[in-house]
Design a protein around this ligand. Structure first.
Ligand code: NAI
Ligand code: MG
Length: 476
């Protein structure tokens, strides 16, 4: 048990001004949805209603796509250095308004302020800075080739990193001369709508970025729209497959970033205390709502007991509670729907005979919460070893040899990321060669950088985001 306590240290919410209701950002203006329909967005830590947000229908999608198509002519013809300046200004304003954006992200999504402040928002700014740099250097990104933008990019993002996923999508699209219609997830629209006001602030030409809100039906209408030239999606594998069916036989270019079930592999020679921090970060970062989360821990048998003791002790020190508190490690689950999914998969783990361990912690009365959870005695056939839980739930398996570790790690329909913990450099390279994952981290986990491409194998999707590779998805 922890031998000390923290006093509450809540971040002030004075810095954000949330409106009662929002409009759709189309052609540089906030407009009402054609059907006049709105849905309420809440704070998942308190269940308090934050704002009413429009539900865009087919007519609104049509308006947004034509605004983007109209803006494309001017935007793509602009001198690349001019485009770079707009993108650079966006990055600067994100930095200037970082505190406000971090608080808003935490209020709407439930993630700890420590993460939105130190990771989501700075990385979002970094993505715009990085891509501002590419805008006038595309001939160096594609040496010997002449590339052209595609046109209108339809971008659909999830709720786990709302502003960061927006940045991953919009920055490369603008840098390569495309225009955008972006739809945030229905549970976390507020930072995207705030981003619309950043576009106004930097005087981005009207229609270059359009933000429409709504749920799955809005996303589906956007994907199907005939004047869309590119679809970029991050979310569930199920919807990814649907999108693939919807664009089959069209000329739309598609990139999909879908789920994962990453193996975090710890060898007996690994620095154990460091590995414990990597395991905790790998699965409890953002309540485990991370596509590349290290949700399967593979431990070499000889150290399994010692590592589990240490891990259980570490779990007891994690602070769960108010996401706005600067000491909080584990915030709220993003939605009731996601909480139910986590509960149901954890239930299946118990039913199938795995052994459950949960940190003792008090869950707040209101809001959606799930305690840090570890399953031992997990076999490869268990659902908790195969399906993406997308919550603070770790499944532990053991292995004896490196070959066995590789076989178990690759025994999944996914292939987004993996982690390797060992003192031996040669073993890291040997493993990285054999792991079927888009990213392999060595003696660390969940590291992100705009210059480093990110993406998956198999059912984790295709195409890369970030780096030079990420530009490829936005040009012909
Ligand atoms: P989802 O894939 O339904 O939602 C992601 C985005 O797609 C949202 O903006 C949503 O409105 C939109 N969408 C939904 N149906 C659509 C359709 N037919 N056409 C176009 N857009 C559509 O994900 P959901 O239901 O929120 O979460 C379910 C599971 O998916 C999670 O439990 C998790 O396992 C996984 N997931 C993975 C993510 C990742 O980063 N790889 C992100 C979010 C969820
Ligand atoms: Mg869904």
């Amino acid at each position: 048990m922890a031998s000390w306590d923290y006093s509450p240290a809540p971040e002030s919410t004075d810095v954000v001004r949330i409106r009662d209701d929002y409009g759709l950002f189309i052609g540089g203006e906030f407009v009402e949805p054609a059907a006049g329909e709105y849905s309420k967005t809440i704070n998942p830590a308190t269940e308090e209603v934050l704002a009413a947000v429009p539900v865009a229908d087919e007519r609104d999608v049509g308006r947004a796509v034509s605004a983007a198509a109209k803006a494309f002519k001017r935007w793509s013809a602009l001198a690349p250095g001019e485009r770079a300046r707009y993108i650079f200004r966006i990055a600067r304003v994100i930095q200037e308004r970082s505190r406000e954006l971090a608080v808003l992200e935490t209020m709407n999504g439930g993630k700890p302020i420590r993460e939105s402040r130190d990771l989501d928002v700075p990385l979002a700014a970094a993505h715009f800075f990085y891509h501002a740099g590419w805008a006038d250097k595309l001939e160096f990104a594609f040496p010997g080739r002449t590339v052209e933008p595609l046109g209108v990019a339809a971008q659909i993002i999830p709720w786990n990193f709302p502003l960061l996923m927006l940045a991953w999508k919009i920055a490369p699209a603008l840098a390569t001369g495309n225009t955008v219609v972006l739809k945030p997830a229905e549970t976390t629209p507020l930072t995207a709508l705030e981003f619309a006001s950043i576009c106004e602030e930097v005087q981005l030409p009207a229609g270059v970025v359009n933000i429409i809100t709504g749920a799955g039906a809005t996303g589906a209408a956007l994907v199907r729209h005939p004047d869309v030239d590119k679809v970029a999606f991050t979310g569930s594998t199920e919807v990814g497959k649907e999108i693939q069916r919807a664009v089959a036989g069209t000329n739309k270019k598609v990139t999909l970033e879908l789920g994962g079930k990453a193996a975090n592999i710890v060898f007996e020679d690994a620095p154990l205390d460091q590995a414990i921090e990597g395991i905790v970060n790998g699965i409890f970062f953002n309540q485990g709502h991370v596509c590349c989360a290290g949700s399967r821990l593979l431990v070499q048998e000889s150290i399994a007991e010692r590592l589990m003791d240490k891990l259980k002790r570490r779990l007891q020190t994690l602070k769960l509670g108010d996401p706005l508190d600067k000491n909080t490690d584990i915030g709220a689950i993003n939605s009731r729907e996601q909480l139910n999914k986590i509960k149901s998969l954890v239930g299946s783990g118990v039913d199938e005979g795995a052994e459950l361990y949960q940190a003792e912690c008090e869950l707040p009365e209101r809001g959606f919460w799930f305690p840090p959870t570890v399953f031992t005695g997990v076999s490869q056939s268990h659902r908790i070893a195969r399906e993406e839980i997308f919550g603070p739930v770790l499944s532990v398996l053991t292995f004896r040899t490196a070959e066995e570790a590789v076989e178990k790690a690759n025994n999944t329909p996914f292939g987004l990321s993996a982690g390797v913990w060992t003192e031996k450099g040669s073993r890291i390279l040997w493993m990285a060669d054999r792991l079927k994952a888009g990213v392999v981290w060595a003696n660390t986990f969940n590291r992100f950088d705009p210059s480093s491409p990110f993406g998956g194998y198999k059912e984790s999707g295709y195409g890369r985001e970030g780096g030079r590779h990420g530009l490829e998805g936005y040009v012909r």
